[in-house]
Design a binder for this molecule. Sequence first.
Ligand SMILES: Cc1ncc(COP(=O)(O)O)c(C=O)c1O
Length: 400
Amino acid sequence: MPVSGALLNAFDTLTQERQEPCFVYDLDSLRKHLDELMAQDVVKLWYAVKANPLSAVIDTLAAAGFDFDVASSGELNQVLSQHVGAQRILNTGPAKSRQQLGEFLDAGVRTFVLESINQVRWLNELAYNQGIEVDVLLRVQLRWPEGERNPLGGNTLTPFGLAPEQWQGLYLADYPALNCIGLHIFQWGNMLDAAQLLHLWQSMLAPLQALCERLGFAMQVLDLGGGLGVPYDSESSPLKWQDVLGALRDIKRQSGVKELWMELGRYAVAQCGYYLDPVIEQKTNYGERQLIVAGGINHLLRPAVAGQNFPAQLLRRSTAEQVNYRIHGPLCTALDSLGQHSLPEDIDEHDWLVFMQAGAYGFTESMPFFLCHSLAGEYVFEHGTLRVVREPQPASFYLR
Ligand SMILES: Cc1ncc(COP(=O)(O)O)c(C=O)c1O
């Protein structure tokens, strides 16, 4: 993944001035990417704020025309603070308490993905008491019978949504404040093959349509969640947006819905982000090369939870032979590994590594407090210049 010369210069300046790990988000390239995603009339795009809730990132998505998938009161307040209107917000997530639903209604949110019978009951009561009607989608979790070919590859039970058997007992007329406009389904992740996505989506249509018939409403909207992938290794090819659009066009036609929706996280913002990490030292242990770096899963937890590394490069140019390293962070747990990487053999304690695809599920999907290391800084690169959002902070920033 090539990095522009201007951005490399910005990295150089930053790493000469500071010694702590930090994230840099390239908003110029993000804007270009988002414009490409928005230049179509096939799918309505929401941004899954959980991928990266930084204010400057939200601003850029809002300006590009994305609306916002918000999954907590914290995300709601962050999006509203960027002057995004509540009518541009969709509330998803399995843990919506009655209180949280009330907060969203009070803020003016009128579109909800509901994931349980209680959520249906609570939202109806709250909206009814306020004399308002809200649009809702029911989130469905599908399973395939044993022995049948399963396009998902497995039947892991999650708390996301409900089985059709659970939903079909619902009598929608009992909930007059809810306008049921469609269904939501999202049970796949980091998909890099549009044909496979199409196959997956197609195999879900029949059970979803059967559910709508049982419930007695026409599916106007089908929300296919997120799950569009980005390559985390050099062997994988990026998922082409035009191929995704082709698959979505087919699904729209086959399902007969008026609107398709997706909430993109990773595919929207991963590629704009970089994590800069100083090397502490290189050592050899039982014949294996190890690189010890200043920031590990305290700043980038994903490799430990998803078993997938962020791609890494050495910041400076080197013509030395590429060798295999295991990269380890500063925490006192063997879990603190950023994976195995092929990098030049002359890396030493003056060097920095750059981890790519760190714009999504980076800074806020981490465990920053363990061992009291510094919090990673966050910077944005916009109109060719670097701007600090928050300098790296010592543990005294949060310890009381
Ligand atoms: C409901 C919902 N929609 C969308 C997303 C975004 O997924 P992705 O980052 O794979 O696009 C998530 C991620 O967890 C989610 O929970």
